[in-house]
Design a protein around this ligand. Sequence first.
Ligand code: RFL
Ligand code: PHB
Length: 397
Amino acid sequence: MRTEVGIIGAGPAGLFLAHLLHRTGISSVILESRSREDVEGTVRAGVLEHWVTELIKELGLGERMLREGHFHDGITLQWNRHRHHVDIEGLTGGKRVTVYPQHEVLKDLVAGLLARGGEIIFGARATAIHGAETETPSIEFCRDAANTPEMLHCDYIAATDGFHGPGRQAIPAAKRVEYQKIYPFGWLGILTKAPLSWHELIYANQRDGFALLSTRSPDVQRMYIQCDPAGSISAWSDARIWDELHARLDTGDGWSLTEGPIVQKGIIPLRSFVCETMRHGRLFLAGDAAHIVPPTGAKGLNLAVADVRVLARLLDAVHKTGDQSILDRYSATCLRRIWKAERFSWYMTTMLHKNDEESDFERRIHIADLDLIRTSEASARSLAENYVGLPFDKGDE
Ligand code: RFL
Ligand code: PHB
C-alpha cells in the first residue's frame, strides 16, 4: 500500500491533518488501532478555541457543531465562595470558545473524510516505523483480525498516535530531550444526566481543592473534582462525589448545583510534558505524541490541531516548491506555541488546585493571582487571550 503521508492515529491531530492535506491535494492514509465506535465514543476534551471553530467551519464540517455546540462568551472563576465572571468576548475583541465534545468533533471529521474519499483503516495497529531518515519511509502495521504484518509506504510519516503510541520512541533517544512535570493530584471526571446549573464553565479553587463545572449538552453535564491520582474509583460513591462537588462549588448564597444520575466516572492523572525535537528525518510528531498539558487550560485538543496546521502548511509548501528544507522549520514553529500553552496550563493548574506540597506563602500568591484577574484588566485580558487561543505568530502563517 502506498500514499504520500502515512498517518498513525485517528485522534484530533490525525483527522484534522488528513482534512488539511486533502484540501491541498495531498493524499494520506490513517492507521487507527481502535474501532470506529471506540474512537467516536471516548469522552475527553470539551472546549474549542475560537480559531479551531473557524477552521471546522472552513473545512465545511461545522453544521452539527453550529447546531449543537454552545458558544461561551466568558468563564467564571470562583475562590473563597466569591465568583468572578471573566468577559472573554469583551476582552478579546469578540472571540468566544465553543463547548462541543471532542468525540462529536471526531464523528464529524471521520464522516467528512470518508465522504471525501479519504482512507482510514480502523483496527490497524502500527507496530514499527522504518526508514524515517530515508526518502522512502514506511509504517509496519497489523490488522485486528490478522497476524500478518502489512506495510504502508509513504513520503512522510505523521505520528499523531497520542502519548502512548510508538511514534515518539522512533526518534532516537539521543536526539530527544523530554521535559516533564507530574502534579501530585488528578481529576475525577463525571458525566451526569442533569440540566445546566450555570450558564458558563466554573473553575473553582476552594479550601478542599479544585472543581470544574462544564457541560456536554442541555441534558448532560461534565464535572471534575481534584482527587488523589493513585486513588481507586471504587472509593468514590455517587454520594461522596456530590458531597465534594457541593462543598467546592456551592456559594452559600442560595445557588446550588443540580444533581442527576451519574452515567460515567473516571480518574485521570495530571502531567505536563514536552518532547523536543518533534521531527526525525521524514517522521513528524504532532499532538499528544509530542506534548501533554494538564486539562485546566483546555488546551490539549487545540494544541494538537495547531501542530497539524503547521505541518499541513509546510508539506503543501514542499509539494509546490520541491524544497525539503522548508520542513526544518516544523519543530521550532510548533514549539513556540506549545511552550506558551504549557505555561498557561501550568499557571491555571497551580493557581486553581490545592497542593499539599506547597507552603501557605504560595497559597496566598495563588489567591493574589485570582484577585489580580478581578482587579486588573491587563491580567484578565492575558487570561482571556490565552483561553480563547493565542493569535498565530506572523512567522508561523
Ligand atoms: P489522541 O486523541 O490520543 O489520539 C491518538 C490516536 O492514536 C491511536 N493510536 C494508534 N493507532 C495506530 N497504531 C498505534 N500503534 C497507535 N497508538 C495509538 C489511538 O487509538 C488514538 O485514537 O491524540 P491527539 O490526536 O494528539 O489528540 C490530543 C487530544 O485527544 C488530547 O490532548 C485531549 O483529549 C487531552 N484531554 C483533555 N484535554 C482537554 O483539553 N480537556 C479535557 O477534559 C481532556 N480530557 C484528555 C482528557 C486526554 C485523556 N487521555 C489521553 C487519556 C481525558 C483523557 C482520558
Ligand atoms: C471539559 O468540558 O471536559 C473541560 C472543559 C474545560 C477544561 C477541561 C475540560 O478546562
